[in-house]
Design a protein around this ligand. Structure first.
Ligand code: HOZ
Length: 428
């Protein structure tokens, strides 16, 4: 007899392409049936069959406080009771903009949108409008949402499914997109030496979470900042994943680099559809209605999404929040690494704030090429052995994991114990 998850998946595949509303949910690379979730509370999720899981996906990043945090739920309920959407300015939007400007010093002005994709797409447009140049530099394995110009050698689902560039994107659209290797200082210097004055923008994930987890080298970030400044190119930090996730000021605070533009999503909406981008006033003032760069959205700055985001940002800004979160994440990855050593499984892990990566290779990767050297079959086995024990990891070897403030010592202990059992079975 089929399980309820299987029945739901079968039915979904008849009416939704692949049975999912975003490809990474489909379990295609790990195999098996995606879990259909009915509810979440704190660090836990329950599927339609009533099975409980400790959640390390966190809706792919937003759920930094865990599921159904009472203050976030209350904020959403209150905002919803006032009206779901006005398509007009609200005081809540102003409060969100003021909050972001206060929390992230590189943001002089911000605009709210409905997703990370919209934020990065518009940041690129603003950079092109500001500089009057066309060329955009991105890095292999970084994913910046699914806007046409950025779907080149991208990470996340495109990497998971081995199609790093998408069909349906006219070659003309990506003609101006240059792709370099992440953490490759020399490649960067050569590109700027030959084409520096054509480059409108360089966009990157300042800690990559879309080819699993790759941290930047200090020299890479410093060179990037110096070269973009020298050549008048706009440096865009895509902090959709890392913003208010790896530290109180995102990756830019952690590494002490001030980008020209920053894109935000995920945590900023506390689990509701909200994105934002912002940065230098002279660039942001190019946006309509002040300037010639057009961007718009019926639901931009949606009051319910903004309320969820404000409540979330209030809580993550409390003193000690990131110290505690980083401690939990470190306990998780160190515990798993110790279990792997005990069972002689080649394994490594890395983490910043509430974001982590696990790899079936001896050292955490520093580049896309090294990520590909990780043993993908081993990951897939590990994923299923963990899932059987109620541990929900991202269903792909090319995604980062997320820990929330609701993950406590007991959840970490259970996860590390499950990893020990999984590694033991992998060796056996
Ligand atoms: N950036 C997320 C995964 N790496 C997005 C989730 C999705 O594509 O559904």
């Amino acid at each position: 007899m089929k399980s309820r998850n299987e029945v739901l998946f079968e039915q979904s595949q008849r009416v939704i392409p692949g049975g999912v509303n975003s490809p990474v949910r489909a379990f295609r690379s790990v195999g098996g049936t995606p879990r259909f979730f009915r509810r979440g509370k704190g660090a836990w999720l329950w599927d339609e069959e009533g099975n409980a899981y400790i959640d390390y996906v966190g809706s792919w990043g937003p759920m930094i406080l865990g599921h159904c945090h009472p203050e976030v739920v209350q904020a959403v309920q209150e905002a919803a009771a006032d009206g779901l959407s006005f398509g007009a300015p609200t005081a809540r939007e102003l409060e969100m903009a003021q909050t972001l400007v206060r929390l992230m010093p590189s943001l002089e002005m911000v605009r709210l949108v409905s997703s990370g994709t919209e934020a990065t797409m518009t940041a690129i447009r603003a950079a092109r409008g500001f500089t009057g140049r066309d060329v955009v530099v991105k890095f292999e394995g970084c994913y910046h949402g699914h806007a046409d110009a950025l779907l080149v050698k991208a990470g996340s689902g495109l990497l998971t499914f081995g199609q790093p560039s998408s069909a349906g994107v006219p070659a003309d659209t990506t003609r101006h997109t240059l792709v370099l290797d992440y953490n490759d200082v020399e490649g960067l210097e050569k590109t700027f030496a030959s084409r520096g004055d054509e480059i409108a923008a360089v966009i990157l994930e300042p800690v990559v979470g879309n080819m699993n987890f790759v941290r930047p080298s200090e020299s890479f970030l410093r060179t990037l900042r110096a070269l973009t400044e020298k050549h008048g190119a706009v440096l865009i930090f895509d902090e959709v994943m890392t913003g208010f996730r790896v530290g109180p000021q995102g990756a830019q605070g952690l590494f002490g680099i001030r980008p020209d533009l920053t894109t935000l999503g995920k945590v900023v909406g506390g689990g509701m559809p909200l994105g934002a981008f912002g940065g230098r006033r002279d660039i942001m003032e190019k946006l309509a209605p002040l300037g010639p760069v057009y961007q718009a959205g019926t639901l931009s700055g949606n009051p319910v999404a903004v309320a969820a985001g404000l409540a979330t940002l209030r809580l993550v800004s409390e003193p000690g929040f990131f110290e505690r979160l980083s401690g939990t994440t470190a306990a998780l990855v160190n515990g798993m690494a110790a279990e792997a050593r005990r069972h002689s499984v080649p394994f490594s892990a890395d983490a910043l704030g509430g974001m982590f990566g696990v790899f079936f290779r001896d050292r955490a990767p520093e580049s896309y090429a090294q990520v590909l050297q990780s043993d993908r079959d081993a990951f897939n086995r590990f994923f299923h052995l963990m899932l059987e024990q109620g541990i929900y990891l991202a269903p792909s070897a090319f995604e980062a994991g997320f820990v929330s403030a609701a993950h406590g010592a007991e959840e970490i202990r259970k996860t590390v114990a499950a990893a020990g059992i999984a590694f033991g079975r992998m060796r056996g």
